[in-house]
Design a protein around this ligand. Structure first.
Ligand SMILES: Cc1cc2nc3c(=O)[nH]c(=O)nc-3n(C[C@H](O)[C@H](O)[C@H](O)COP(=O)(O)OP(=O)(O)OC[C@H]3O[C@@H](n4cnc5c(N)ncnc54)[C@H](O)[C@@H]3O)c2cc1C
Length: 406
């Protein structure tokens, strides 16, 4: 469709900033930019009819890390890098709550738990094999004899770094040992439980919509069904070619396509990682409320009213989950269903019907850190959220804007 002269001077007129990707990172960047400078002319380009990456397709957690995940992060990247990412997650979650009312985004701070199968013993090894897929990597089994000391250590370093709430001048513990609650919650084969009082859950699509509404109210234009095909940086800005007839000119161009980043910029260290989820029918007497993690965060579940929302298990088939496909796979769905019956629901429970199954595309890489960089004159990227984008997007946005101003 050829564009009209009116369209050329409005929708497709030169912009100050064009953002590609209408997920949390693109939207938060537009939000912070337009609040810093209301005169900016900003357009977001999104190839889906609705945002079609991870932001509306995740599990609706607002978490900043479970005990075993953070301990594993320290082993992989060191204590300072772990603290830096956790601080971004915590500060990002605070920013979400500062900008939006809990009711608007169904935010509930019911806390989060981490479930532990137990110490690696020959008995556990056998059980793990029998429950194929519950923990695909036996070497990853957490040694629960370390739980108390790990909790004490994490509380000691995290509370001052994050500046979490205090009582009588002392930081309240973030994590506590909640193993006494296992029976009450009805789990099977679980030997220890850690509780994080600061974790919450939200409706991620409501958050996307609230952000959309907020930026559009300030004049930001969002063009859906518009796929960026290529871009060319030049002295005065960037020329963007899309699936539409019109060519867009912008002073600055920011790529926020996360897991899809390599499709536009092949040199980036970003691989797609599919995250699969399902929701059951209502379950009578569902015994728990809140967010739950298992196996360094590879498995996650929560209540959705009286339904169970369960996702993850990417580590049961890493190779095939490195995909842009938004289908679900029978292999992972079976592993999740086994986990539901063998760990989450009380022994002897009737298997609930699965009402919905879906997946979303995350962006991972060799390290668990976002890439916020200038790539060419006037071309920037803020990608590779490493499965933490709900939480870190508001902070990534601020960092990207700082870089662009510089
Ligand atoms: C199952 C699952 C569970 C998760 N759990 C958590 C969690 O517990 N905590 C947490 O913090 N995070 C979690 N995440 C991750 C979080 O959802 C993502 O990190 C975050 O949504 C990424 O936001 P984004 O804006 O960077 O990318 P996306 O939301 O993926 O947005 C990128 C957008 O770019 C668009 N796009 C791509 N290429 C083009 C192009 N060429 N032209 C135009 N548009 C394009 C896509 O359609 C997409 O809408 C989870 C994700 C999944 C899938």
């Amino acid at each position: 469709m050829a564009i009209s002269v009116w369209e050329q001077s409005t929708y497709f007129a030169p912009k100050d900033l064009v953002i590609v990707g209408c997920g949390f990172v693109g939207l938060w960047t537009a939000y912070e930019a337009i609040h810093q400078n209301p005169k900016l002319n900003i357009t977001i380009l999104e190839r889906g009819t609705i945002p079609s990456g991870a932001s509306t397709r995740n599990a609706g957690f607002s978490c900043f890390g479970s005990v075993s995940e953070l301990i594993s992060d320290i082993q992989l990247m060191g204590e300072a890098a772990m603290l830096e990412t956790v601080k971004m997650r915590y500060d990002g979650l605070q920013r979400i709550q500062e900008v939006f009312k809990a009711k608007e985004i169904d935010y509930n701070q019911w806390g989060g738990y981490e479930l532990f199968e137990g110490k690696k013993t020959s008995k556990n090894k056998k059980a793990s094999k029998a429950n194929k897929g519950v923990s695909s990597d036996e070497s990853g089994l957490y040694d629960i004899s370390k739980l108390e000391s790990d909790i004490a250590y994490l509380n000691k370093i995290l509370a001052p770094a994050l500046k979490t709430p205090k009582k009588n001048g002392k930081y309240l513990p973030i994590y506590t040992n909640a193993s006494k609650d296992i029976k009450k919650l009805g789990f099977q084969g679980i030997e220890a439980l850690a509780f994080n009082q600061l974790e919450g859950q939200l409706n991620s699509a409501k958050l996307v919509l609230a952000l959309q509404k907020a930026v559009q109210a300030k004049g930001v234009q969002i063009l859906f069904n518009t796929e960026v095909k290529k871009f060319k940086s030049h002295k005065k800005g960037v020329t963007i070619t899309t699936n539409l007839e019109a060519v867009l000119e912008t002073k600055q161009f920011l790529v926020c396509t996360n897991g899809f980043a390599k499709q536009l910029i092949p040199s980036l260290d970003v691989v797609p990682a599919r995250g699969q989820v399902f929701v059951t029918e209502p379950i009578k007497n569902l015994k728990f409320k809140g967010c739950f993690h298992f196996d360094e965060g590879y498995y996650y579940f929560r209540n959705l009213g009286n339904r169970l929302l369960l996702g993850g298990a990417r580590n049961a088939d890493f190779k095939n989950e490195k995909t842009y496909s938004l289908e679900t796979s029978a292999t992972i769905q079976k592993v999740l269903e086994d986990f539901m019956m063998q760990r989450i629901l009380p022994k002897g429970s009737k298997k609930p019907k699965i009402e919905l199954r879906w997946s979303g595309t995350m962006g991972m890489g060799s390290i668990k850190k976002p890439i916020i960089e200038q790539l060419q004159p006037n071309v920037y990227c803020a990608v590779r959220m490493s499965g933490m984008g709900v939480a870190i997007a508001p902070i990534v946005a601020k960092k990207a804007l700082k870089l662009m101003k510089g």
